[in-house]
Design a protein around this ligand. Sequence first.
Ligand code: GLV
Length: 320
Amino acid sequence: MKKKLFITRKFPAQIVEPLREYYDISQWDEEEMVIPRDKLLAAVADCEVLWVTLADQVNEELLSHAPNLKLVTNLAVGYNNIDVQALRKRGVMATNTPGVLTNTTADLVMGLLLATARRIPESERYLREGKWKSWYPMQLVGKDVSGATIGIIGMGRIGQAVARRAKGFDMKVLYNNRRRRHEAEEMYGFQYASLEELLKQSDFVVIMTPYNNDTEGLIGAEELALMKDDAVIINASRGGIIDELALYDTLKEGKLWAAGLDVFEQEPIAMDHPLLTLSNVVALPHIGSASLETRTAMLMLNVKELTAYGQGKAVTNRID
Ligand code: GLV
C-alpha cells in the first residue's frame, strides 16, 4: 500500500509525478488560490504526509483532524505557519527549504534598497503618467546606497548574504543577532551593534530575522522613532515583525525616507491598506525567493525529502 500524500496547491506536474512511485497523491487543484480551511481539514483526515505552502497553517486544529500524519514538508524556509510544539507533541516531523533561496532573497533585498533609495518605482510611474517634461537637477532625487550604513537585524544565512552584497556597495555593515558572528566580523568587517545603536546609526535597516514570539512586533513606534529621519526600512522576512500602523504613522509624519516591504501582516495585503497610499512605500507580493531557478530548487528540495520518506529513509532539513 502506498502512503497517502496531500498537496495543498497545484504544483507543476513534472515535479509531482515521480512521487507517485511512493505515494497515493491527492492535490488541491488551484495554482493561485489557497485551499479553503474546511476542505484542507477534510483532506488531511487520512493522509500520512502533507506538503504545504507558507499560506497553510499547520496547527493543533489541523493536527487534530490528521490522526495518521507523520511528515509535513513546507515550501518555504520560514516556518511560522507551522506550530512546531504541537507537531512535537504528536511526534510529527516537518522539513523546510534552507539554503537554496539565500542568494535569490538577498538579491531582492538589494533590489528593495535601490528601489526605495533611488525612487525607482515612483520614477517609472512618473514617466508612464506623462509627467516627464524636461530634465532638471533636483528631479526625483534619491539618496545614495553606496557608502551608506546598513543595519541588518537577523544575521542568518540570508542576512549574511545581504551583508556581503552591501560590502560590494562600499557600505558599512552593522548587524544585530542573538549570536555574534565572529567569523563574519573578522572576514568582512561586519560590526555587531545593539538593536538601539543599529536603529540610530543605520541609513538602511533590513529585517531578516525569523518570525516568532520573540520577534513579533519587534519594530514598533518606539524603535521607528530611533531611526534617522532619512533612513529606509526594508522587510523581506515576515510581516508581523514591523507594526504596520506605526510604520504608516512614522512615514506619514516624514520621519523616514521610505519603506521597502516584500511581506505583510496579512497576505495578500488589503488594497485599502494605508501603507499603499504612500508613494515612498515600495510594496511587493512576497517575491523574495521568486526566481524560476530558486522556486524550482525549493520544490525539488521538498521532493528530495518526500522521496527519502517514501523510501523509508531519514529526511534531512528537519524543523521539528
Ligand atoms: C519565504 O518567505 C520563505 O520563508 O521561504
